[in-house]
Design a protein around this ligand. Structure first.
Ligand SMILES: [Mg+2]
Length: 310
């Protein structure tokens, strides 16, 4: 562990350097407060012994600067002083010193005070490492909470979060988007015929095929059992229905056998709805979603494996 010594008196500095080094610490030493501050800004030094009276920046000002919060880590400061009055010591502690050492220093006392500092620094390092682990876990949990593990797309909460965030006020010219509500045709029959494991695997293949048809900034979300919602930012109704037709084609081309289907393969139906740019209507995203759902119903009643537009 490195210890920064800031002391203008040459003899006293030499004594300190020797004593600190003999206790097993690596020593960096400077002869004024400003030089000490420059070392702290550029190096990951966490233990400081600073003299009170120094040119350029005294020990108290150095303490205050260390505590001002610019440094990304905790620095343990021992103030070195020939002042022994209670008021002086309080002033030093209030400036942000963690501890103090009176001159001439006693080696055993120096050793004990440095050990205290080391303990504090090590605790802080440990805490920092634990915080990093927690932050990482939080990010993963957040992602998990918004993801569907089977389809590896967003879940319903992820959809709601996205729409809450991106729906925007009606006078925003960039908030136009389209939604495609997708449903796998006769999926209950598929599960009944081929079993749930095959059903899961079919859903996975369908969602992969859908993802392959989309741009990287489009959103895919599992809405329910075999229902998927596709979010297309800044796509108008024509562009969106074109995408929906591509989705239908891509899924039927997977050629997943399905005897209850008129085409003998697994297919999807799509309902498309748009929120136009410069929309003056007071539509909520729930309204758009419900329009897409209505269109999906039309696609189903019109014979499935097709696209209907709201
Ligand atoms: Mg001095």
């Amino acid at each position: 562990m490195q210890v920064l010594i800031a002391e203008d008196d040459r003899a006293s500095r030499r004594l300190l350097e020797k004593a600190v080094a003999s206790l097993g610490y690596e020593v960096i030493s400077v002869d004024d407060g400003l030089a000490a501050w420059n070392v702290l800004r550029q190096n990951d030094v966490r233990l400081v012994i600073a003299d009170w009276e120094m040119p350029n920046m005294n020990g108290l000002s150095l303490c205050r600067r260390i505590r001002a919060g610019v440094l990304p880590r905790y620095v343990f400061v021992i103030l070195l002083t020939s002042k022994t009055s209670r008021e002086d010591i309080i002033e030093g502690l209030e400036a942000g010193a963690d501890d103090y050492l009176t001159k001439p220093f006693n080696r055993a006392e120096l050793s004990a005070r440095l050990r205290t500092g080391l303990r504090v620094v090590e605790l802080e390092l440990e805490l920092q490492a634990k915080n990093e682990i927690l932050e990482d876990l939080n990010t993963r949990l957040e992602r998990m909470a918004l993801t569907d593990p089977l389809m590896e797309v967003g879940n319903r909460r992820g959809l709601y979060d996205t729409l809450d965030r991106l729906h925007g006020p009606t006078d925003n010219s960039d908030c136009g988007y389209s939604l495609i509500m997708v449903d796998v045709d006769h999926f209950k029959f598929y599960n009944d015929t081929y079993g749930h494991a095959a059903g899961d695997s079919a859903l996975k293949n369908v969602s992969s095929a859908i993802k392959r048809c989309l741009r990287s900034n489009d959103g895919v979300f599992r809405y329910g059992g075999e229902e998927i919602v596709v979010y297309l930012p800044s796509a108008d109704i024509d562009a969106a229905s074109e995408v929906a037709n591509r989705l239908c084609k891509a899924v039927s081309e997977l050629g997943i056998p399905h005897t209850s289907s008129s085409t003998q393969v697994l297919t999807i139906s799509c309902g498309v709805a748009s929120r136009p740019r410069h929309s003056n209507e007071k539509q909520s995203w729930e309204d758009i979603l419900s329009l897409a759902d209505g269109a999906l119903y039309e696609a189903k009643t019109a014979g499935r494996n097709r696209v209907a537009v709201a």
